[in-house]
Design a protein around this ligand. Structure first.
Ligand code: CTP
Length: 211
């Protein structure tokens, strides 16, 4: 199985980047849980302070583009791809070779969308054999399940883990409140649980969906 974790960093110049506060803990918990169940795990991780679990194949990446390449390579022959990474949705259109200097007036940065890794995998395996089961995460602050359902449809996912990241939410925490929504539309709200327990519930559901 393939698990992605942590944030990506999109450079603006040699000393600045766009990123987010993802700790990587949810992805690390998923990788460790799969390892404990005997799976061969490739963990594609962005920059994190928290240490990744031992006993998995670790691929460190920085940008969304690097993560896309690493996940696509690892997905070949995989049974499932679980994207717990908080992939940056945008990157600066231009990366300066030298440190940007401040000027008097307001500054503008032009942003471009990054490639959607999950939607890309769904398109890549469209109707072809060997398609891994695709699992996404949705971080929402409002209308959590409604937005998650919409993401599941749009990206062609088998399962989505909808996280409430409002005040006291999941970013950086060791516990979180999630709802599992699968391709049949079935919805399972979970109580606030440690991320390693959520990880096992996600794999339980992945196994059910693949049988
Ligand atoms: N994802 C991805 N490739 C991207 C961005 C996100 O595969 N370039 C994955 C994430 O790993 C996660 C899911 O898609 O599993 C989250 O979807 P996304 O649309 O990024 O969610 P939000 O950023 O919360 O979207 P929105 O801004 O529409 O709320």
């Amino acid at each position: 199985v393939v698990v992605s974790a942590g944030p990506t960093r999109e450079p603006l110049d040699p000393v600045r980047f766009i990123s987010n506060p993802s700790s990587g803990r949810m992805g690390f918990a998923l990788a460790a849980a799969a390892r404990d169940r005997g799976a061969r795990v490739t963990l594609v991780a962005g920059p994190t302070e928290a240490p990744p679990p031992a006993g998995v194949e670790l691929v460190r990446v920085t940008t969304a583009e690097e993560m896309a390449r690493a996940v696509e390579t690892a997905a070949e022959g995989a049974r499932a791809v679980v994207m717990a990474a908080a992939v940056s949705d945008w990157k600066p259109a231009q990366v300066s070779a030298h440190k940007r200097k401040k000027h008097g007036g307001p500054e503008q940065v032009e942003l471009r969308r990054t490639k959607d890794i999950l939607a890309g995998l769904n398109a890549l395996y469209d109707g072809k054999p060997g398609r891994p089961l695709l699992v996404g995460f949705a971080a929402e602050t409002e209308r959590v399940v409604e937005y998650a359902r919409e993401k599941l449809e749009r990206k062609g996912l088998d399962l989505i883990v909808a996280n409430d990241v409002g005040p006291g939410g999941a970013f950086g925490a060791t516990a979180s409140r999630a709802t599992l929504v699968d391709r049949s539309g079935a919805e399972e709200p979970l109580p606030r649980l440690p991320k390693d327990e959520i990880a096992h519930l996600v794999w339980d559901r992945v196994i059910k969906l693949s049988s």
